[in-house]
Design a protein around this ligand. Structure first.
Ligand SMILES: [Zn+2]
Length: 212
């Protein structure tokens, strides 16, 4: 119920802003935070392998950047300093990322890429987004039905993003994707997500360190 109220509140504030801006922007039903988490997982635990294989994702693949409605806004976030976030569109400065997020919602909603794209947050179940989010309370009990659903979604992603009839690279990445993301969707335990490793960025160093 609390969740519902929050959502209604967000919808209300979005529609109010629309009236203020008098622009024709469709309502957004997609979590920016979870989309960002999904993108983080893709960048850290999938991209290094795509780069190694020189593989280009098709835009039909839901993991393709064009299917993330927030991608353009996220790429227009400039993290100048620890408490300084700049909007790449209008150069305004904020002291925390969440205020810049709010600014995007209030001022640049028309810049969302909503043309027929899907919500990247919708694949969070398959990609184990919770593991890269700062969520304090994680479910400790495994739900077999949820695990099966996520596994199915995960395998669909493997099939659509890396069709095995498209050559050896796609076949290798299909296999990698199953091991890296899908195997862990089980309640029988013992399988860890991201078991094949990923790109690790050290705090003070901008150069990626490869752990493959
Ligand atoms: Zn701005």
């Amino acid at each position: 119920m609390f969740q519902l109220n929050v959502l209604q509140g967000i919808e209300h504030s979005i529609s109010r802003n629309l009236k203020e801006d008098q622009s024709q922007v469709p309502e957004v039903h997609c979590s920016r935070e979870r989309s960002r988490a999904a993108w983080k997982v893709i960048e850290e635990y999938l991209m290094p392998f795509l780069e190694r294989e020189k593989y280009q994702l098709s835009s039909k693949c839901r993991l393709h950047p064009s299917n993330d409605i927030f991608r353009d806004q996220e790429e227009n976030k400039i993290h100048v300093d620890i408490n300084e976030w700049r909007c790449g569109y209008c150069k305004k400065i904020f002291r925390a990322e969440k205020y810049l997020d709010q600014h995007f919602d209030n001022r640049h909603l028309n810049l969302l890429n909503v043309s027929g794209s899907k919500c990247l947050a919708d694949v969070c179940g398959a990609l184990h987004c919770d593991l890269v989010m700062d969520t304090q309370s994680r479910k400790t009990k495994c739900n077999p039905a949820a695990a099966a659903k996520n596994r199915h979604l995960c395998e669909d992603l493997a099939d659509s993003c890396f069709p095995i009839n498209q050559g050896p690279q796609a076949t290798r990445l299909h296999e990698l994707f199953l091991r890296q993301f899908c195997d862990a969707h089980t309640c029988s335990g013992g399988r860890k997500p991201f078991s094949r490793g990923g790109r690790v960025r050290l705090h003070s160093v901008n150069t990626p360190v490869w752990v493959l």
